[in-house]
Design a protein around this ligand. Structure first.
Ligand code: 2BA
Length: 109
């Protein structure tokens, strides 16, 4: 058995939830925050049999889109007025960041 942790954009999370239900994949959905953009994203935790890992990865891949997002870097208060201006920079986010981990034990009591 494996634990899949998938970080996706909020905009893709509802479709992905529905896909998991339709395909009988058990998942837990967490509201999370990206360390860089400090914006909300969604992390799914999925415990799944080894032989279904590729199926889950394929669903995540097909559902998660890459999007451009703008972020404004923090203003440098020590700098001259011109360099202190903070211009938004474009960042590419997603599709999905996925970790696959081994599970030592799995219990449902
Ligand atoms: P954030 O940390 O908010 O990052 C959003 C996007 O900003 C990233 O998209 C990446 O394109 C860019 N980015 C992140 N750190 C950067 C840096 N130091 N310099 C320049 N650009 C940077 P993704 O790579 O698709 O990541 C989306 C979200 O997945 C991340 O949101 C974070 O919540 C999570 N994530 C990504 N890699 C991770 C990792 N190695 N460990 C844990 N979480 C991760």
């Amino acid at each position: 058995m494996k634990l899949i942790m998938a970080i996706v954009q909020d905009k893709d999370s509802n479709v992905l939830s529905s896909e998991f239900i339709d395909n009988n994949i058990r998942a837990t959905k967490l509201s999370t925050t990206g360390g860089f953009l400090k914006a909300g994203n969604t992390t799914f935790i999925i415990g799944i049999e080894d032989e279904r890992v590729d199926e889950v990865l394929q669903i995540i891949k097909e559902t998660s889109q890459t999007r451009e997002q703008f972020m404004t870097p923090p203003v440098n208060l020590d700098a001259t007025s011109e360099s202190a201006m903070a211009y938004p920079i474009e960042v590419q986010v997603g599709g999905a960041t996925v970790f696959v981990l081994p599970i030592e034990q799995f219990h449902r009591f």
